[in-house]
Design a protein around this ligand. Structure first.
Ligand code: DX5
Ligand code: ZN
Length: 219
């Protein structure tokens, strides 16, 4: 059983002082930093790009778990790798050739993740599972923090875990969207080993992020 890791999403952080927020997360025991990149085209929201990631990476030794909600994504992969992303996660719908984009990320010596929106089936990526390091299961429709968890995606987590066990694969299963203290245990029991959380970590218990990270991990 893989260690449960917490990847706080900085989408819920104070964008006016992201460097300080990332340091807070590091001191609070986060395992990595989930960076939600949005282009206002693949999703109806716009956040940050390579220059900000590059600046933040200079201030932190944390693993940057970069979630690219952008399309087209292939031609921008190198820019995020150069900016300091350690894990680059893309959406199948955002590239004309998923295999080529996966190989591009691997060629740049980065860990590669593929993200499934709530309505996207596992069949879309089944042939790639041997090549990837992480599957990111969206438990909300991507674009915004603070949305309600969609429990129906847990069936996909369970199915992925079964495939992983049957085929003796080693990819991480990360779940992202609406994760809180009431559903984190169910997500872990279904097979997720990395939990993304923004709102719950930054807003619960008067913003005690250390306590919130420990609570999510300890379920
Ligand atoms: C949504 C993002 C998620 C989101 C999680 O598109 O991919 O990472 O920020 O935030 P919460 O935990 O607030 O749902
Ligand atoms: Zn995300």
């Amino acid at each position: 059983m893989k260690k449960i890791q917490i990847s706080p999403s900085i989408l819920s952080a104070d964008f006016g002082q992201l460097g300080i927020e990332i340091k807070r997360l590091e001191d609070a025991g986060a395992d990595m930093i989930h960076v939600d990149v949005m282009d206002g085209h693949f999703v109806p929201n716009l956040t940050i790009g390579p220059p900000v990631i590059k600046a933040l990476k200079k201030q932190s030794s944390m693993i940057f778990d970069v979630h690219l909600m952008i399309s087209p994504v292939h031609k921008y992969i190198e820019a995020y790798a150069d900016a300091g992303a350690d894990i680059i996660t893309i959406h199948p719908e955002a590239t004309d050739d998923l295999n080529l984009s996966i190989l591009k990320i691997k060629e740049l010596n980065k860990k590669v993740g593929v993200s499934l929106n709530p309505e996207t089936k596992i069949d879309t990526i089944i042939e790639h599972l041997k090549k990837i390091d992480l599957v990111l299961i969206m438990s909300v429709n991507p674009g915004f923090g603070g949305q309600k968890f969609m429990p129906e995606v847990l069936e996909k987590v369970k199915k992925l875990r079964d495939i992983k066990e049957k085929q003796e694969l080693n990819f991480d299963i990360e779940i992202d969207g609406g994760i809180n203290f009431d559903n984190s245990k169910t997500a872990i029991e279904a097979g997720a080993n990395i939990l993304v959380s923004g709102t719950t970590i930054f807003k619960s218990n008067n913003g005690d992020i250390k306590k919130n990270i420990e609570l999510l991990r300890s379920k």
